[in-house]
Design a protein around this ligand. Structure first.
Ligand SMILES: O=C(CO)[C@H](O)[C@H](O)COP(=O)(O)O
Length: 226
């Protein structure tokens, strides 16, 4: 069974006619967009905004009506994946390089539903190196400053060149080991001038849907807050 697909399809059940919807990025969000496309073909009337060019292209191909960022004042619902989620629903995102648009879209969503397979649920964040979007100018300086926050920063590369985000920036993957205080760390990272944003999403998820290999899906119960 495809655990990402089952989690994604469960989340799409929350979409109702007339809603405005944020479309996430990645291999789990892909299944949600596919299912939304099917529902649109069946007559569902929604308008959507995507968190990456790749998701936008897929949505347009599937006939989903898109809205511009100037029209998107508040969204009813956003469905997105994550690289890690802990028991208080803090997240690491950005493995697919879309963290900035994902955070912007999540910030105007009345509800953010996170869809993951069971491998992403962790007691503590930090097994996955934290993606940080940085501007290209002075990135070596920014990387040294990131290093001083307690991580090993690595510039993300693609085909021998720095990876470019949809926003024309770089991604630095920062390995902190166990992240004990995600919200404090997020503030420290974002205080560095060359940082645009980081992949820690704290207090943003409104629901986490987990898909399992046996075909079942469950809501992740929330335990405490960060
Ligand atoms: O944050 C993201 C992209 O920037 C993705 O949601 C995250 O990387 C999870 O991706 P996948 O569903 O492919 O495992």
């Amino acid at each position: 069974m495809n655990a990402k697909k089952t989690a994604a399809e469960k989340a799409v059940e929350y979409i109702k006619d007339g809603m405005t919807v944020g479309l996430g990025t990645g291999s789990t969000a892909y299944w949600a967009i596919r299912r939304i496309g099917e529902r649109v073909q069946e007559g569902l009337n929604i308008r959507a905004i995507a968190t990456s060019r790749a998701s936008e292209e897929l949505a347009v191909e599937l006939g989903i009506a898109m809205m511009s960022s100037s029209e998107a004042v508040e969204l009813d619902l956003t469905i997105d994946g994550a690289d890690e989620v802990d028991r208080s629903w803090s997240l690491i995102k950005g493995g697919g390089g879309a963290l900035l648009r994902e955070k912007i879209v999540a910030s105007i969503s009345k509800q953010l539903i996170i869809i993951v397979d069971e491998s992403k649920v962790k007691e503590r964040l930090g097994g996955f190196a934290l993606p940080v979007e940085v501007i290209p100018f002075g990135y070596e300086i920014t990387m040294r400053q990131l290093s001083a926050t307690g991580c090993t920063p690595v510039l993300r590369m693609l085909e021998g060149k720095p990876y470019w985000t949809d926003n024309g920036n770089y991604i630095v993957d920062c390995d902190y080991g166990d992240i004990l205080h995600p919200s404090q760390l997020a503030i420290r990272i974002n205080a560095i001038p060359g940082v645009v944003d980081n992949g820690l999403f704290v207090g943003m998820a409104g629901q986490v849907i987990v898909g399992y290999g046996d075909g079942t899906v469950k809501q992740l119960e929330r335990r405490g807050s960060e």
